[in-house]
Write a protein that binds this ligand. Structure first.
Ligand SMILES: [Zn+2]
Length: 430
């Protein structure tokens, strides 16, 4: 008889424990109150002095100059600082490090080691004030980006909230397949190479199966795949293949990010419905106009293509690309293309993600628009704008602080002094 009853007793006891756990989680989270010297409203550009933010259960419970601090709250004194929303980098590669072009990680690093590098990169990114990233291609580290995303969500490691693209789709002989090795040497590749409709469909479905939030398509090649006579980036896929990627991704309600420097492939990608164009250094007016019409985001990744050495050292191609990037950026700003901040971190050190703000402003964008690209625009691109991108009541408490007004000095964003993500403090310099 006792064996018969034991499971029921256990079930009742578990139910009781479960109830206690749930009620304690819902009822009793202590509030945190931030006393900020000023708050930058990234929507209006207004700087409001002496703001209090009350955070509870990971969200902003109340915010403003006349908010009272609950008596039980833990108080964080940021009276010397300006607060703004956690920043969003919409183009990272946490499993790539800046030495990858000289020290091919596929040949010299195990995927477990690259994953651990990703853990370190995720921490640096978060502590630099970037509380959310879109990681667009693990570049030969297989599903390490999915593991990082899930480990961060599970609280195992500190890092930004991630959306990931896993393998990315390219072609034989194209981007991510220029290994320079003899034909008899077969090595794993940086991307997933697909040369037929069947291969495209198969890799796309496989990526979704194993956790991709985004599909990344290499619609054009590298800087080597540009017709230097007319600066036309060469398409990697047929128009039909680009449209096939879109149709197949739409079946799974998965957005597509297209690496596209410009030309026909960029136009077709926008027309087919990609959510973002990456890099786009040679986008023409026709494509920029279509992007405005369709609401397609541009993630320009300026600094990674920005040649800042003495001009005599620049190659003709690099100079032409950088100059075109600058021109296209000014045109896109003028036309009102939605620009989301993205750096290609991985080619740059993780944690240096704020560097593109300076290039954007030097290319003529207002500091407020640059900050909006990394807050409200990034959140909209990632479908997170109900929860992130601005400091408002009810939104997730991703809050950072800097020493001065970044609208007056954009380099303030390279020295973030306080980082809160999901209501939890990860950095507090006093
Ligand atoms: Zn990239």
């Amino acid at each position: 008889m006792s064996t018969y009853f034991r499971p029921r007793v256990c079930a009742v006891f578990s139910a009781l424990l479960f109830t206690v756990f749930i009620s304690s989680a819902v009822v009793a989270q202590q509030a945190t109150a931030i006393q900020a010297g000023a708050m930058l409203d990234v929507v209006s550009g207004e700087l409001t002095p002496n703001v209090v933010v009350v955070v509870r259960n990971g969200r902003i419970e109340s915010i403003g100059p006349n908010v009272s601090i609950p008596s039980e709250a833990r108080v964080i004194d940021l009276s010397e600082y300006v607060i703004l929303p956690g920043l969003i980098d919409a183009h990272t590669h946490l499993t790539i490090q800046p030495d990858y072009s000289r020290n091919n990680p596929i040949l010299y690093k195990s995927i477990p080691y690259r994953t651990i590098e990703g853990v370190a990169g995720a921490r640096s990114t978060l502590l630099a004030g970037f509380t959310t990233v879109r990681d667009v291609d693990s570049e030969g580290a297989d599903w390490a980006d999915v593991a990082l995303r899930d480990a961060i969500n599970d609280g195992l490691i500190p890092g930004p909230r991630m959306q990931v693209a896993t393998l990315a789709i390219s072609i034989t002989g194209g981007y991510m397949n220029n290994d320079g090795l003899a034909p008899q040497i077969d090595v794993p590749q940086f991307g997933s190479l697909a040369d037929s409709p069947a291969e495209i469909v198969r890799t796309l479905r496989n990526q979704i199966k194993y956790g991709a939030d985004w599909i990344k398509l290499y619609a054009t090649g590298t800087t080597r795949h540009i017709d230097i006579d007319n600066m036309e980036p060469l398409a990697q896929f047929s128009d039909d293949d680009i449209r096939l990627v879109m149709r197949e991704a739409a079946r799974f309600r998965t957005p597509v990010a297209a690496h596209a420097y410009g030309g026909q492939a960029a136009y077709v990608a926008v027309d087919a419905g990609v959510r973002s164009i990456e890099h786009g250094m040679m986008l023409n007016d026709e494509t920029l106009d279509l992007m405005v019409e369709r609401g397609t985001f541009w993630v320009p990744t300026l600094s990674v293509y920005y040649q800042d050495g003495p001009r005599s050292e620049w190659s003709e191609r690099a100079l032409a690309i950088t100059n075109s990037h600058k021109r296209v950026f000014a045109r896109a700003v003028e036309k009102g293309v939605k620009i989301a901040y993205g750096t290609d971190a991985g080619a740059l050190p993780h944690g240096d993600n704020a560097i593109d703000f300076q290039v954007m402003v030097s290319y003529g964008m207002s500091p407020l628009s640059a900050i909006q690209s990394a807050t409200i625009n990034g959140a909209e691109l990632m479908g997170l704008d109900d929860d992130l991108g601005a400091l408002e009541q009810g939104k997730i408490a991703d809050i950072i602080a800097v020493s001065g007004n970044p609208l007056e000095d954009i380099t303030q964003l390279s020295d973030v002094r306080f980082v809160m993500k999901d209501g939890r403090v990860y950095k507090l310099d006093e």
